[in-house]
Design a protein around this ligand. Structure first.
Ligand code: HEC
Length: 161
């Protein structure tokens, strides 16, 4: 009887120790989760991209005012059936490469933007590749437009005639 009681007590002690060690392990694992290095680096990259993007957009806005605003207008809405919109343009979102191409080399012939056909011409605007990247970043992230990936000089340079 006495022996039985003793082993019961011992078992209880072991159980308590086990619970304590499990709680300890979990707390260490949880700590590792919050100081996760990958998350930290991803955040840094996000901040870096945000500042790169906002810098590029600022320069893009100046280029837009000088070269684009007379047709596509300040609100990016263009003129129905004459100058297509950039604000909310499905063409701009779905045809990223063609958009870069059109700013670099001009565009003519029929295109459909948000279901409306335009059959006009945009002459080449004589911008440097870097300026094309900036103005692309501006028009793709203004008036409610939003793109995940920043347009780089390399991307613009890779679009050939
Ligand atoms: C002289 C007027 C004019 C100017 C200036 C102009 N565009 Fe255009 N843009 C047009 C026309 C017209 C079209 C449609 C061409 C067609 O019908 O093939 C067009 C089409 C586009 C398109 C593709 C269609 C869309 O709406 O998404 C983009 C992108 C674009 N322009 C961006 C620009 C940018 C950026 C600038 C300035 C760097 C600029 N445009 C300057 C007249 C102009």
């Amino acid at each position: 009887m006495f022996v039985k009681l003793k082993t019961k007590k011992r078992l209880k002690q072991i159980l308590i120790l086990e619970v304590i060690s499990i709680v300890f392990c979990i707390s260490i694992l949880a700590k590792q989760g919050t100081s996760n290095n990958n998350g930290y680096i991803a955040n840094m990259e996000l901040n870096y991209q945000e500042t790169e993007l906002s810098k590029s957009m600022k320069r893009g806005e100046e280029i837009y005012i000088d070269f684009c605003i007379q047709c596509h207008l300040g609100d990016g809405k263009g003129t129905p059936k004459v100058f297509p919109p950039l604000a909310g343009s499905d063409w701009l979102v779905n045809k990223r490469k063609e958009s870069i191409h059109s700013i670099k080399y001009g565009l003519n012939g029929p295109i459909k933007v948000n279901g409306v056909t335009y059959n006009s011409a945009m002459t080449p605007l004589g911008l440097e590749n870097e300026e094309v990247a900036h103005v692309m970043n501006y028009i793709m992230n203004s008036w409610g437009n939003k793109q995940e990936k920043i347009v780089t000089l390399e991307e613009v340079t890779s679009v050939k005639k």
